[in-house]
Design a protein. Structure first.
Length: 346
């Protein structure tokens, strides 16, 4: 396991693989029992992992409740992150208002039986709360000692850039990172979110690195085992193989995996790890295992190193159109400057 500083706005030392705990508990009708969750947690820590991702809403609070028991004797050696926005079920217990934020952080601390969260994410843009209220709210929580760092999950790039600038100019605690859906199938963050994070020095945490299981290849062959997310959640949080592009991605993964005598998921996770080198952007991958065998399989991806040619192949088959204005900028640069443009600027 390697360690990184999470972006340029924090000194947080985090492992490159994060333990996602959306599967800790069974209140959503699909997940891991307390006993299995404990095995997953212990195996992750034994492998050198130190970054735990939960949320107030995961398995209706069960994820945080289970973690309370697991983290108690190693609290100082873990980076504990939780989220708010979707933990409640009523008008005033959801969203990102200051009222929801304060209630939610106090409830998370109680469930987790700890005094502070190391990193607190707004889970999702509620599209109403003014950014000033949110960022100043985070700053108050930092000053109160209830959280140490703040970040934004599932926010559009222009709002993150505004929030980050607001925090910097007003001397409030910075927005240190973003949490986004990113994997070989979902590459739209290449348009705005990733260049923004690089430019602003934000740490990046990728969620759904296996597209909810699709990149393991397990949905390509019919199986009698119906205990999977696709069936249990009716396709929620699973990006299926529904186009030629996705079929090509999965075929390429299978081909590269066979040359490494590895599994498709190892190659999918190795691509995420190698694609954004630390010098360019500080990225970590949030794993989502449902049992200890899946965790071990995910961790084994660290043994696979892809060649530059393999990374280029995967980049190409999964590439998306960057759209406007990126395409017209690229075309115009070629037209005006030819190949000399890169040389002039580098
Ligand atoms: N910020 C957000 O909005 C957000 C959203 C989603 C997730 N997250 C975070 O990111 C974490 C990871 O996301 P994710 O759970 O979607 O990740 P993922 O790795 O894309 O999907 C996890 C699922 O993949 C399947 N899987 C994993 N390893 C496998 C293996 N070795 N063999 C077969 N199947 C395997 C399992 O499916 P089955 O259950 O079918 O076995 C597992 O539940 C979450 O736990 C959470 O902490 C954040």
């Amino acid at each position: 396991m390697n360690y990184k500083i999470f972006g340029k706005k924090s000194g947080l030392r985090v492992s490159e693989l994060v333990l996602g705990t959306g599967n800790f508990g069974t209140r959503w009708g699909h997940g891991a029992t307390p006993e299995e969750s404990k095995k997953v947690f212990d195996a992750y820590v034994a492998a050198g992992g130190n970054f735990i991702d939960t949320a107030d809403g995961y398995q209706v609070g069960e994820s945080e409740e289970l973690l309370a028991g697991f983290i108690a004797d190693k609290r100082d050696d873990l980076v504990l992150a939780s989220k708010f926005s979707m933990g409640g079920s009523t008008l005033l217990t959801t969203g990102n208002s200051r009222k929801t934020m304060i209630r939610a952080v106090e409830a998370s601390l109680k469930r987790l039986k700890t005094d502070r969260l190391d990193l607190y994410w707004a889970h999702l843009d509620d599209q109403h709360t003014p950014l000033e209220e949110l960022v100043r709210g985070f700053d108050d929580l930092v000053r109160d000692g209830k959280i140490l760092y703040a970040g934004l999950s599932n926010y559009p790039a222009w709002k993150i850039a505004n929030a980050s600038l607001l925090a910097d100019l007003r001397g409030w605690s910075p927005i240190v990172g973003i949490q986004i859906e990113y994997n070989l199938i979902e590459r739209t963050p290449d348009r705005e979110l990733l260049p923004m994070a690089q430019s602003l020095g934000l740490g990046v945490a990728f969620w759904s690195p296996l597209a909810g299981g699709t990149l393991t290849g397990k949905y390509r062959t019919p199986s009698a085992d119906k205990d999977n997310r696709q069936v249990a959640w009716g396709g929620l949080l699973v990006k299926g193989e529904s186009s030629n592009r996705e079929t090509l991605i999965l075929d390429t993964l299978a081909d590269i995996a066979s040359t490494h005598q590895a599994k498709m998921l190892h190659v999918a996770l190795a691509w995420l790890r190698q694609r954004h080198q630390p010098k360019e952007l500080s990225t970590v991958t949030i794993l989502g295992p449902r049992n200890v065998a899946q965790l071990q399989d995910n961790l084994d991806s660290l043994q696979v190193t892809l060649s530059d040619e393999e990374i280029s192949r995967l980049n190409e088959v999964s590439a998306i159109s960057l759209g406007s204005p990126h395409e017209i900028i690229k075309e115009s640069q070629k037209l005006i400057y030819g190949d000399g443009f890169g040389r002039v600027l580098s």
